[in-house]
Design a protein around this ligand. Structure first.
Ligand code: IMP
Ligand code: MG
Length: 201
């Protein structure tokens, strides 16, 4: 099956709902954020930290619009349950390769939900004495926030819906779609029910 056929097939499937943010709108917003970051970080040594895996697609587009010398690094955090960090149980599964001491750190994330993943990460990074830490997220779902976070750069805000595409996954799939889609609620509900019943066994 060609890539084109694969994309067509899943777009008309039972899984994907409507497009929330089309690719061209994401590109426009990303450029706007990149320009803003360029102005804000003039004369500073910037290190852009990407949270694996969801933020990879956003990161690669964003850095092309940051007109400054910068370096990139990657960090991965595991959460327990599926995409659910409500328990606050998170651990670093891949740490940064470079030191951030005295540097200006910009964390790039795909979506901030409860905020528990990022607040854990920021607490950990602060211990390494960076000059500053700021957050740039593709999506902010503030309605579910538990941890208090200050988000300096944000492309889009959403309400309750679960979303996929442009780096965001559902069971590790759909990251390669150029637009951001809602996931059909029935799909998520079914999965949550089966997860709950398996936990109760
Ligand atoms: P938080 O710790 O609750 O803020 O969880 C944020 C993480 O959960 C993100 O980095 C995503 O990996 C994942 N996540 C939360 N909501 C969604 C969504 O709607 N689609 C895909 N991943 C999500
Ligand atoms: Mg993530």
């Amino acid at each position: 099956m060609t890539e084109d056929n694969y994309q067509k097939k899943i777009k008309s499937s039972e899984i994907l709902g409507k497009i929330l943010f089309p690719g061209r709108e994401i590109q426009r917003k990303t450029k706007e954020l990149g320009n803003k970051i360029t102005l804000d970080y003039q004369g500073r040594e910037l290190i852009v930290v990407c949270i694996l895996r969801g933020a990879v697609v956003f990161l690669t587009d964003l850095i092309k619009h940051i007109d400054l010398p910068l370096s990139i690094d990657f960090m991965s955090i595991s959460s327990y349950g599926f995409n659910d960090t409500d328990s606050g149980l998170v651990k670093i599964t891949k740490d940064l390769d470079e030191t951030i001491e005295g540097k200006h750190v910009l964390i790039v994330e795909d979506i901030i939900d409860t905020g528990l993943t990022l607040s854990y990460m920021i607490k950990n990074l602060r211990l390494r004495d960076p000059a500053s830490i700021e957050i740039c997220t593709l999506i902010d779902r503030e309605v579910r926030r538990i941890a208090n976070l200050e988000i300096k750069y944000c492309a889009f805000k959403i309400e309750e819906k679960y979303v996929v595409g442009y780096g965001l996954d559902y069971k590790q799939k759909y990251r390669n779609l150029e637009s951001i889609y809602e996931l059909k609620t029935d799909t998520v509900k079914k999965d949550i029910e089966s997860l709950k019943s398996s936990l109760n066994k």
